[in-house]
Structures are given as C-alpha cells and as structure tokens.
Design a protein around this ligand. Structure first.
Ligand code: SAM
Length: 175
C-alpha cells in the first residue's frame, strides 16, 4: 500500500470549471443514451447530466411531459444534446440500418457482463428499459447486444438512471 503524503482535499470549483468545456457542445453523435419508454422524469434529468459528463446525447420520446422533466432535471449551465424520437421502434430500426450498434441495457440471459463491455468504437445507442417493464419485447429483437450489470444484493434491479450511467461510462471508455 502506498503511504499518503498529505491530506486529501476536493478540487476547488474554479479549478474544475477550468478543466471543463466553456460552451454548450453541439451533437456528439457517437454515443446516445436512449430511455425510450420513460416513466419518471427525475431519471431523465439524471441521465442528461451523465450524458454531459461522458460526451453523449440523450434520445427521448416526444411525450408531453418530457420537455418539462428535462428542463427541471437539467441543473447544468448549458443544455445537453437531446434527440426527439417520434416512433421508438422505427427509430431503433433506422439506427441499425444506418450502421449504428444498438446495445440494450437489460437483465437478460444473453447479456454480457458490464466488465466485459468494450468502449464504443463505432456510433452506439444504449437502450434503457421502462422502470417497471424493462425493454419491450419488440425492441429486444432490434438489439445487437445486451449488457447486464451484476448484482449481489436482494434488489431485483438497479434504478434505470444508475444502470444507464454505469454503461455510458463504460462505453465512453472513462472507467
Ligand atoms: C427497474 S429496471 C426494470 C425492471 C425489470 N426489467 C423487471 O421486469 O422487473 C429498469 C431498467 O433499468 C435497467 N437496469 C436496471 N438494473 C439493471 C441491471 N442490473 N443490468 C442491466 N440493466 C439494468 C434496464 O434498462 C431496465 O429495463
């Protein structure tokens, strides 16, 4: 074990700000988080912050309540890149046709474990499921691959924004 030489102090906000982007970025278009069947607005706000942190876009359905949920959840100074989706299944099918890799974040027998998921080397969409029902069966058929985050506790699953954030960090190559 390496001995510590001094006290650990959080980096000051001013220093952190200097190491971040100054302006809003346009579309990153390499990595896209896609909670296409959301139930709770708070999860969209959390995912939007993770998207900003890892350099990803967020794809959300055009439900009436979604713009307000994003507005509320966005505690960043600049809005992040949001793609509006009218027809989730059609949108996913088009992503695949265009050569994008579609990765489902889901508890599934065929899934790879998070530790074995390589960083995204091509344009990648990470599909997230409904908070109660998961990814709908029709959409499971459109996935190239599924990834599961191992769990050892008593809970059945993770919060969708937590699961999405872990996978986004792995796909972005930041973990
Ligand atoms: C609360 S879970 C859905 C519950 C579960 N599918 C069911 O049928 O009860 C919501 C979403 O979070 C993601 N998720 C939660 N825990 C996960 C895990 N351990 N591994 C991968 N994805 C997970 C998936 O996208 C899932 O569809």
């Amino acid at each position: 074990m390496t001995a510590r030489t001094g006290a650990i102090r959080p980096r000051p906000r001013r220093e952190l700000r200097r190491s971040r982007r100054r302006r809003r970025h346009s579309c990153w278009d390499h990595l896209i988080a896609a909670p296409l069947w959301p139930l709770h607005g708070a999860n969209l706000g959390t995912l939007l912050r993770t998207c900003d942190a890892v350099g990803a876009c967020l794809a959300v359905p055009r439900f009436r309540w979604v713009p307000e949920a994003l507005e509320k959840g966005n505690t960043l100074r600049h809005p992040s890149c949001v793609h509006w989706v009218n027809d989730p299944l059609g949108w996913l099918a088009r992503q695949r046709e265009d050569g994008t890799r579609v990765v489902g974040v889901e508890l599934a027998d065929e899934a790879v474990r998070l530790a074995d998921l390589p960083p995204a080397r091509q344009r990648t969409v990470a599909v997230l499921g409904h908070e109660q029902y998961g990814i709908p069966p029709d959409a499971l058929d459109l996935l190239d691959q599924a990834v599961e985050i191992p769990m050892v506790g008593t809970g059945h699953s993770l919060n969708v924004a937590v699961a999405g954030s872990l996978v986004l960090y792995k796909l972005a190559g930041l973990l």
